[in-house]
Write a protein that binds this ligand. Sequence first.
Ligand SMILES: Cc1ncc(COP(=O)(O)O)c(C=O)c1O
Length: 391
Amino acid sequence: MRPANRTRNFGESTIREMTRLAIQHNAINLSQGFPDFDPPEAVLHAATGAILGGANQYTITWGHPALRQKLAEIYTRQLGWAVDPDQHITVTCGVTEGIAAAQMALLDPGDEIIILEPAHENFRPASIMVGAAPVAVPLEAPGYRLDPARIEAAITPRTRALLLNTPHNPTGRVFDDDEIAGVVELVLRHNLILFTDEIYDRILYDGRTHQSPGGLEALRDRTITVGGLGKSFAVTGWRLGYIISPASVAVAIRKIHDYMTICAPTPLQIAAAAALALPDSYYAEMTAAYHQRRDLMMGALEELGFVATLPQGAYYTMADYTQMDIPQAQWDSTRFAQWMTTEVGVAVVPGTSFYSLPGYGEQSIRFAFPKKLATLQAANERMMRMQNKGN
Ligand SMILES: Cc1ncc(COP(=O)(O)O)c(C=O)c1O
């Protein structure tokens, strides 16, 4: 049997590969972005309660009513328009399905979509699977700022869409008002669709608050807002995401979603509605805990000689290792990440895996820090022995 041609244009996920390597070598896994701590107890009880209470069959394809109702309340506030649970919301199996289903519903083969790199590694394959052509535009280290002129230079008559992820994986950037204004201007002038991935909208540092680009009036009818529960509630394995879109587009998105998956897991959607009903104090505590993790991670990396970007949101940092006083500092990022995993015992992701553009990401690795403080401390202790291993 010959695999279909579309599978030839992207490789296997490097992050999942690093996780496999971490397990094989008993390394502390700071590669894949998932917590090693439990979700809130109330959310766990809501899930088991839903299962034991009989909510074990398919639900409405575009989402359980209780979850859509809760999302409608939240996004009516967040977007500033009356988000209707029956018209504008589609619950998906994770943001991953959300981004793929939205592209499948809106892009035709041959359409171009601009993806800013470094990027979450699922974006590009999702476009390719649709038959669309991802066009990469780099954000330059160490600031990783959005550059509208650079984006505009990549726009052609076939460009249909731009995909924006904020807070951003892997850099931890939260794009500021000026940067967003530059993107908005381009989206409007070139009549583009804006897909946003806002999965980290609840994980922000130093008093920042999240602004959904789709909340800007001018973007209202051309933005597809995608979010999810996995990161905010430490339930990445539950596979819950959602798409907020104009009603006309929701019809197309829901058809794709239905024929791909029928529905997201019913009892977990019920638990998600309970999660979204948690009081504000939950988010305050979560943010405080992430601040601690970020600060511990950044302090440790600085001491070791990494030059790492201070995350403004999300739970990753891109760290340049080329100034370190070890021979490995001269290696490319794949070799360096593999060495960290197999010899140092701390799994990380090579910077190159976030780029399709050649020559980018060669000097950096990504650390994910959604981990218990004890895990981060143990990783730090292993890394402190790096100097000995390096020489
Ligand atoms: C920017 C971004 N989008 C989407 C995902 C995946 O989301 P989900 O697990 O909800 O599919 C991740 C996971 O790391 C991510 O970083």
